[in-house]
Design a binder for this molecule. Structure first.
Ligand SMILES: Cc1cc2nc3c(=O)[nH]c(=O)nc-3n(C[C@H](O)[C@H](O)[C@H](O)COP(=O)(O)OP(=O)(O)OC[C@H]3O[C@@H](n4cnc5c(N)ncnc54)[C@H](O)[C@@H]3O)c2cc1C
Length: 299
C-alpha cells in the first residue's frame, strides 16, 4: 500500500476535476482494512479509480479516499486469461492476440482497466465484458475476498449487478476461444482504424449518455441541433454528438453541458437520457439539474 502524500488532480481521460483528499496505490494482496481511518475521514467514502476513461470528477478537493490498483502479470493457461483489475483492457487484448486466443477483439480500442469494464459491462461491436468473463474476485466491505462466477452476475447494458456487496474488484478470469493470431491482429487493426476516424482526438470520456431502448443517444442529441454546442470549455464533439470534449474548461462546464443537453433532448423528444459517464461529486446529475433549473436554456 503506497500513500500519495500530495495528491494531484485525478488522471481521467477528460482531464477535468480536482484532487482527492486521500489517495493510495494498492496491490491486490494488500491489507485494505488499513484504509478504514482514511475512509471514515472522507465524506464521499472510498472510490476506486481505474483508467479514468468513464469518469467526470468534480472541481476542487474531492472529499474521498481514492485508490488505484497496481497492474499484475497477465497469465494465460489454455483458453483462460487471468488479469488484475488494475490492468488495462488493451494489455489483455494484446496478450490474447499474441497467444492465438480470439474473443477480445471488440475491446481493442476500449480505454480503461478491467475494474472499470467489470463495473460498466464495457462493450463494443455487439460484444461485452459479460460475454468473456468466467469469474471475478471481489473484495467485500468486510474485507473478505469472494470469487463470483460470471453466471451469478446480471450483465446489463453498461451496468452490472453482483450477488455480493462489492467494495472493489481484484482479479478476473476471461474465457476465450482458440483463433489464428494473424487474423486476430488484422481484426484489431481494422477496429483501431475505424475507431480512430470516429472518435475525437480531444479529451473525452467516450459516450456521455447510454442509448435509450430502441434509439441512439447520439441521434437524439443531433436532432436537437446539439452537435458542436458548447458551454464554457465543454463542447459537443463534431464527430459524434454523444461525445463531449474538454477544451480547457472546468468540470462544472461539463456538468452544465450534460444537464442542459439532457433537458434539451427531453423537451424535444420526451426521452430522458441516462448519463453513462460516472460523476464523482457530492451532487448527483439529478441534484445538479435541480440546482440549475432556473438557468435559461442555452439550447
Ligand atoms: C475514447 C473513449 C472510447 C470509449 N469507448 C468505449 C466503448 O466502445 N465501449 C464502452 O463500453 N466504453 C467505452 N468507453 C468508456 C470506458 O472506456 C469504459 O467505461 C471503461 O470500462 C472504463 O474503465 P476505467 O478503468 O477507465 O474506469 P474508470 O473511469 O476509472 O471508472 C469507472 C467506474 O468503474 C469503477 N471502477 C474502476 N475500477 C474498479 C475496481 N477495480 N473495482 C471497483 N470499481 C472500479 C469506478 O469506481 C467508476 O465507478 C470509452 C472511453 C473513451 C475515453
Amino acid at each position: 500500500m503506497k500513500r500519495i502524500e500530495k495528491p494531484l488532480a485525478l488522471q481521467t481521460t477528460l482531464r477535468l476535476g480536482g484532487s482527492p483528499r486521500h489517495q493510495f496505490r494498492m496491490e491486490a494482496q494488500d491489507d485494505f482494512s488499513a484504509l478504514r481511518p482514511f475512509v471514515r475521514d472522507s465524506a464521499m467514502g472510498l472510490r476506486v479509480l481505474g483508467g479514468g476513461a468513464n469518469l467526470l470528477a468534480a472541481d476542487g478537493e474531492l472529499d474521498a479516499t481514492v485508490i488505484s490498483l497496481e497492474p499484475e502479470d497477465i497469465r494465460i493457461e489454455g483458453q483462460h486469461l487471468f488479469t488484475g483489475t488494475g490492468n488495462s483492457i488493451i494489455q489483455a487484448v494484446q496478450a490474447a492476440g499474441k497467444a492465438g486466443l480470439a474473443g477480445l477483439e471488440w475491446a481493442t480500442a476500449v480505454p480503461g482497466t478491467w475494474g472499470g469494464a467489470l463495473t460498466m459491462n464495457a462493450g463494443a461491436y455487439g460484444s461485452e465484458t459479460g460475454t468473456v468473463v468466467e469469474w471475478a474476485e471481489v473484495l467485500t466491505p468486510d474485507f473478505s475476498v469472494v470469487r463470483v462466477p460470471a453466471r451469478e452476475v446480471t450483465w446489463n447494458y453498461r451496468h452490472t449487478t453482483w450477488p455480493v456487496p462489492v467494495l472493489l474488484f481484484l482479479r478476473a478470469a476471461l474465457r476465450l476461444v482458440p483463433g489464428d493470431s494473424a487474423a486476430i491482429k488484422q481484426r484489431q487493426l481494422e477496429i483501431t482504424r475505424e475507431r480512430n476516424s470516429k472518435f475525437p482526438k480531444a479529451p473525452c470520456a467516450g459516450s456521455v449518455f447510454k442509448n435509450p431502448p430502441g434509439d441512439k443517444a447520439g441521434r437524439l442529441l443531433e436532432a436537437c441541433g446539439l452537435k458542436n454546442a458548447a458551454l464554457g470549455g465543454a463542447k459537443v464533439s463534431e464527430e459524434h454528438a454523444n461525445i463531449f470534449i474538454n477544451r480547457g474548461g472546468t468540470a462544472l462546464d461539463m456538468i452544465r453541458l450534460i444537464v442542459h443537453a439532457r433537458r434539451a433532448v427531453e423537451r424535444h423528444s420526451g426521452v430522458r437520457l441516462e448519463p453513462e459517464v460516472v460523476l464523482w461529486d457530492a451532487l448527483s446529475y439529478d441534484d445538479w439539474e435541480e440546482s440549475l433549473k432556473d438557468e435559461p436554456a442555452p439550447f
